[in-house]
Ligand binder design. Structure first.
Ligand code: F0G
Length: 412
């Protein structure tokens, strides 16, 4: 297989791996050529490196067995379509970022880099720290202080990254870490790095591998806008290879308080106007100036998809419903995909017989503080059976019922 980096703006082609953006400032795409496919889309042995013949690396991968995440058919949520949820929260670090990091960190090793760095709303840093640990590289992280879910910070710290909180937002952290990488020679692992997106495109491959066909729509949360671009690229490649006939409509979901892509799509624009003070409970997608906006808008327009915005209340409800009705535990940003699907249905935009895949991007355990805000803390009682029964019956039936009566039919 041959590959090169191609600028999405001026189309300039580079036969080198050590750049992130074009000289003109445009985003780069990896162009894969002459691939000799050595896998079958038979639903077996799923993981990122099953698709190695379409991944642009030259050395053995740094891997923690990422990918191969379950695609659940969801019947309990009351949505008028054939709904599947792909649970990317079951990757090694608990988010889809691992697919990108296994390729990105492998590239760092290939390029003989000794240190990697990123700005992050949390998941990227957790994943990068994990893969850097595996590869024996130093890891540096810039986070928006006080705005990153606890589980994610815990991961980055425990896997040995140097974590710096800046008194600012993600967009500022990203702009700063790009300067640090330029000056210090660290390898930048944000999604502006085209090799990271190559790993993430395997989400598309896996969906087709598991379903046996291409769905009608893929719905996912959009923050820095890398993942929607990557998944679209994956489908596009499969179509170019003749492995599927059609590409799903790509639906980007944003929070109302961090919605630059949504606004651009509503206005039919090819660029975004930044949101300078993004705010949402879904801190993973609390981003006002997505670096991959141009790629994401291209993915949405070319696939005849769209973007929707959802409120924090809608996100919280979707998170609770997905967890309590389908047994799928996700973090708030991921639940935005379900909230977004509900919005599309409300707008009458979805046909009953459509197959829709929502991407659950990150695990419930990432953000335990939100869970307590939504569900409240467990009720505490004295170690006494009467006290326990009192709580059980009051909470289950709203009134006190003698235990013998109330248990009938509950536990046959
Ligand atoms: N969902 C989760 C759980 C995320 O962590 C992110 C991004 C997204 C969705 C959005 O993906 O940026 O490719 O559009 N998190 C990044 C981070 C920004 O730093 O962890 P995107």
């Amino acid at each position: 297989m041959q590959y090169s980096l191609v600028c999405i703006e001026c189309k300039r082609e580079y036969k080198r791996d050590d750049i992130y953006v074009c000289e003109c400032g445009g985003l780069l795409d990896v162009k894969i050529e002459d691939a000799e496919i050595d896998f079958k889309l038979d639903g077996r042995d799923l993981w990122v490196w099953k698709y190695r013949s379409l991944l642009p690396v030259r050395i053995d991968p740094v891997t923690l067995k990422e990918g191969g995440t379950p695609l659940y058919r969801c019947n309990n949520l009351d949505v008028e379509c054939r709904l599947y949820v792909k649970h990317e929260g079951l990757n090694p670090s608990g988010s889809f970022k691992d697919r990108g990091m296994t390729v990105g960190v492998t590239k760092a090793v290939e390029l003989n880099k000794k240190a990697v760095a990123c700005a992050s709303t949390g998941n990227t840093s957790a994943s990068m720290a994990m893969y850097a640990a595996k590869a024996g590289l130093k890891a540096y992280v810039l986070l928006p202080s006080g705005k990153v879910a606890l589980g994610k910070v815990a991961q980055a710290l425990m896997h040995g990254a140097k974590v710096i909180g800046i008194r600012g937002n993600f967009d500022q952290a990203l702009s700063l870490v790009r300067k640090v990488c330029d000056e210090q020679g660290f390898y930048l692992l944000n999604s502006i790095n085209p090799f990271r997106l190559e790993g993430q495109k395997t989400i598309a491959y896996e969906i087709v591998d598991e379903l046996g066909f291409s769905p009608d729509r893929v719905v996912l949360p959009v923050g820095n806008a890398g993942n929607i671009s990557a998944i679209y690229k994956g489908f596009k490649e499969l179509r170019e290879l003749g492995l599927i006939d059609s590409i799903p409509k790509m639906i980007g979901v944003q929070a109302e308080g961090a919605n630059p892509i949504y606004k651009a799509v509503m206005e039919g624009k090819n660029h975004i106007d930044p949101v300078f003070n993004p705010e949402t409970i879904a801190t993973a997608i609390r981003i006002g100036q997505p670096v991959n906006a141009k790629k994401a808008l291209r993915a949405i327009y070319e696939s005849k998809g769209t973007a929707v915005q959802v409120s924090d209340e809608e996100i919280k409800k979707a998170q609770k419903d997905l967890a309590s009705m389908e047994g799928i535990g996700v973090e708030p940003a991921s639940a935005a995909s379900i909230a977004g699907l509900r919005k599309l249905i409300e707008m009458g935009d979805i046909e009953r017989d459509e197959t829709v895949v929502c991407i659950a991007t990150g695990n419930l355990l990432k953000d335990p503080e939100i869970v307590l805000r939504i569900c409240g803390k467990p009720i505490e009682v004295e170690p006494n059976i009467d006290e326990i029964l009192k709580v059980l019956y009051v909470s289950d039936f709203g009134k006190l019922i003698p235990p013998s009566d109330s248990l009938e039919g509950v536990h046959p």
